[in-house]
Write a protein that binds this ligand. Structure first.
Ligand SMILES: [Zn+2]
Length: 238
């Protein structure tokens, strides 16, 4: 039912490095439709748990069913959409507070250690790829925040996954990839601050990687995750 991996896995380091690993590269119709539905899910225009009707999307997006079904299948693989027998598609339910806390516990146990290992084995091409992926290119620039936010959510997923890849433990990487952490947590709060602050923290991580400073990388990752958790947890008090 679900594809084994999110679409944003592997091949980072094989790319030409340079700018951010493009997700919109050569966007054809299928990609455009995917992006449109992805943005609606991340901006909660399709709220967690809500039914998703293919016919409605056909009308809204003015395309045929085929690219929509394709996009929904891809989103299902990413954990954002759930397909239920005889019911059809719906947006994945919001994570619970307990699950959210477990998720951050898991990340705090694994990601600082992996960041330290990534720092110790950092190479120039890996650092270049990480710098491209950190999302700092999304900063400011008068870009519409609503357009920028879903992009940042994906960029954050790629950045963290890349650190795990460089960290070198495939099982840790798969375990975290299967949680679809980023898409779930970013749906919790739609706020500019989340992006700006997280970018500062990514820069601190990049500095530690550039210095190949294991302790600094561990600390920077720990601080980033703790702040991220604290930024998002008020969403459960609403
Ligand atoms: Zn991050």
């Amino acid at each position: 039912m679900r594809s084994p991996k999110p679409h944003a896995t592997s091949r980072y380091l094989a790319e030409d490095g340079g700018s951010a690993p493009a997700v919109h590269r050569g966007a054809g119709l299928a990609d455009e439709v995917y992006e449109a539905i992805f943005a609606r899910l991340m901006a909660l225009k399709i709220p967690p748990g809500a039914r998703i009707t293919v016919d409605n999307l056909v009308r809204e997006l003015e395309v045929s069913q085929t690219p929509i079904r394709e996009a929904l299948g891809r989103l299902e693989g990413e954990g954002l959409v759930v397909k239920t027998h005889l019911v059809g598609y719906s947006a994945a339910p919001q994570i619970t507070r307990a699950r959210f806390e477990e998720l951050y516990d898991l990340r705090l146990l694994l990601e600082p250690e992996m960041a330290g290992r990534a720092a110790s084995s950092m190479t120039a091409p890996a650092l270049k790829a990480l710098t491209g992926a950190a999302g700092v290119n999304l900063r400011g620039g008068g870009t519409d925040e609503r357009a920028r936010y879903p992009q940042f959510a994906r960029q954050d997923a790629i950045f963290h996954d890349m650190i795990l890849e460089i960290g070198g433990n495939g099982l840790v990487r798969e375990t975290l990839a299967h949680q679809h952490t980023h898409f779930h947590i970013f749906r919790l709060m739609f706020h500019a601050l989340v992006t700006e602050e997280a970018l500062d923290e990514h820069e601190a991580l990049l500095a530690a990687f550039a210095a190949r400073d294991v302790d600094a990388a561990r600390l920077a990752m720990r601080a980033h995750l703790e702040r991220s958790r604290d930024r998002l947890s008020p969403a459960f008090d609403q």
